[in-house]
Design a protein around this ligand. Sequence first.
Ligand code: GLN
Length: 284
Amino acid sequence: MHTVLELLNLTTNFFEQKRIDSARLNAELLLAETLKCKRLDLYLAFDKPVKDEEVNHYREFVKRRGNREPLQYILGYVEFYGLAFLVNKDVLIPRQETEILIETILTQTDKEAIIKIMDIGTGSGIIAVCLAKHLPNAKIVAVDKSPEALLVAKQNAEKNNVAERITFIKNDVLNSLLNIDEKFDLIVSNPPYVSQKEFSSLQKEIVAHEPDFAVTDFSDGLTFYRKIIESSKAHLNENGKIFFEVGAGQAEQVKSIFEVNSFSSIQIRKDYSGIDRVVKGEMK
Ligand code: GLN
């Protein structure tokens, strides 16, 4: 029988050979999940023998991670903006940068405002759910072309007790922005913005495991910004705003798309690494 420490050491070596970043941390998180304890509790249990059935369960996790499946899919959940979200292979794993998008919107929106928001490409639903949680009078429409993603997003809305204020709609915005005749005060999107060219050079965790259509537009990376900005006028109320997350180096291009479509009060905000990450435009 293996002890906790032996399992951690074996797995750390294995992950290091596989060139997985933070090998030890990955080993600890997967073992803690297997044993249903906190990571730090493992430190008090180094000499404890692990039951065979738990070892088998753990080996399955280790094998998946060894195949470079992202840790978050194996654990099945992530923490984002202080809330817990379920994730699986049908949705993009929430990225820390997206917290800047949420924060930018919240600092520019009256907390009590009775507003309507549309989240385009909701994926796991993080944006819709966080906004619903922090804007108690907001009504939100969350759109995605993937029915599997919408299932995850709905579960996340329920888990975080905001399901009654979010309507989920299956729609591909590249066909038409919205298949219902409704107007919004705010449109938000973190669209697939990686260009076709860049996509293949991303790490295996992303290319082989995350849904490709959530990462890339299979073109120059700007397809969704063009489509959403150009077709949003029919769906925005007066002074309506659009907030986007953008990829590194895209902010100025997205700003120009806003400008040629007569949007004003355009603002760009950096993320914690100093990369221009959020672009906002207002319809006047
Ligand atoms: N809205 C989700 C997120 O920000 C999904 C985005 C996407 O799939 N491109 O994580």
